[in-house]
Design a protein around this ligand. Structure first.
Ligand code: F6R
Length: 261
């Protein structure tokens, strides 16, 4: 696990964007795992800028999103289909057929989840998974207590996550109770992971993820077992870490050949 701490969220987002750009340049048909929410917004903005101004080409990229609300049609303003279209897809050139999100209206959820897993395998697996983190440590919508070996499936949101996400809905009671989410086992099979967390509100979850015991009580802590996980933080999100000086020391003293910070 590598912890990268910058003063402002924008710098961390730009570093994560550079890592993705480097992957896409080396492997034009890269498979990206995508997240919604506030955390990756700066990253998507920077990737769109790189596409427009630097010709970063996404025409062979495939994407798989982590999750979607059950019961929301794709064109619902708070669906993750809409979110991705608005904040990323419409700014880059990923062919429509290469984009995958769970279907919140699937009539047979278990079969849909199996098919989603199969589609990831058929694409060759996820090269790089972008993650945010919930204030309770969830990744995807794997809430505390989720099996660390779980696969794509239905989950029930905690009351806290419903409250956190109410800002995307007209009324708090409109937030669905259920989601389809990639499992923790699914996420752990990604070849690499970039988790972004910004703001003091994430500091407890981040502390558990990076320096806590590995436990289903903080699902993000499983990333300690991932061979290539980078955690991008601003200073407030990193404020409860004990080894902060060491993480900064490592970052400042990177060997020159490690260009993909
Ligand atoms: C979103 C997702 C969630 C969010 C998390 C943090 O696709 O899977 O795990 O990453 O809830 O959300 P924000 O970034 O809005 O704080």
């Amino acid at each position: 696990m590598e912890v990268i701490i910058t003063k402002e969220a924008a710098s961390a987002s730009n570093l994560a964007a550079r890592r993705i750009a480097r992957l896409v340049r080396i492997k034009p048909a890269a498979v990206l795992g995508l997240a919604t929410g506030s955390s990756p917004l700066g990253l998507y903005k920077e990737l769109i800028r790189m596409h427009r101004e630097e010709g970063l080409d996404f025409s062979r990229v495939h994407t798989f999103n982590l999750d979607e609300y059950i019961g929301l049609p794709p064109d619902h303003p708070a669906s993750y289909h809409s979110f991705m279209e608005e904040n990323f897809f419409r700014g880059v050139n990923i062919p429509h057929g290469n984009i995958h999100l769970p279907d919140g209206l699937a009539s047979d959820v278990p079969s849909h989840c199996e098919a989603y897993e199969q589609a990831i395998r058929d694409a060759g697996g996820i090269d790089l998974q972008i993650l945010g983190i919930g204030s309770d440590g969830h990744i995807g919508f794997n809430e505390p207590g989720s099996s660390l070996a779980s696969r794509t499936r239905i989950k029930t949101l905690t009351p806290g996550t419903r409250e956190d996400n109410a800002r995307f809905f007209r009324k708090p009671e409109d937030v669905p109770y259920h989601v389809i989410t990639m499992g923790i086992g699914t996420i752990m099979e990604s070849h690499s992971v970039a988790l972004l967390a910004f703001g003091e509100g994430k500091s407890v979850a981040v502390g558990g993820a990076v320096e806590g015991a590995i436990s289903a009580s903080n699902p993000s802590s499983v990333l300690q077992m991932h061979p290539d996980a980078k955690i991008y933080l601003d200073e407030p999100a990193a404020s409860r870490l004990e080894r902060i000086d060491y993480y900064q020391w490592v970052f400042q003293n990177k060997p020159a050949w490690q260009t993909d910070r």
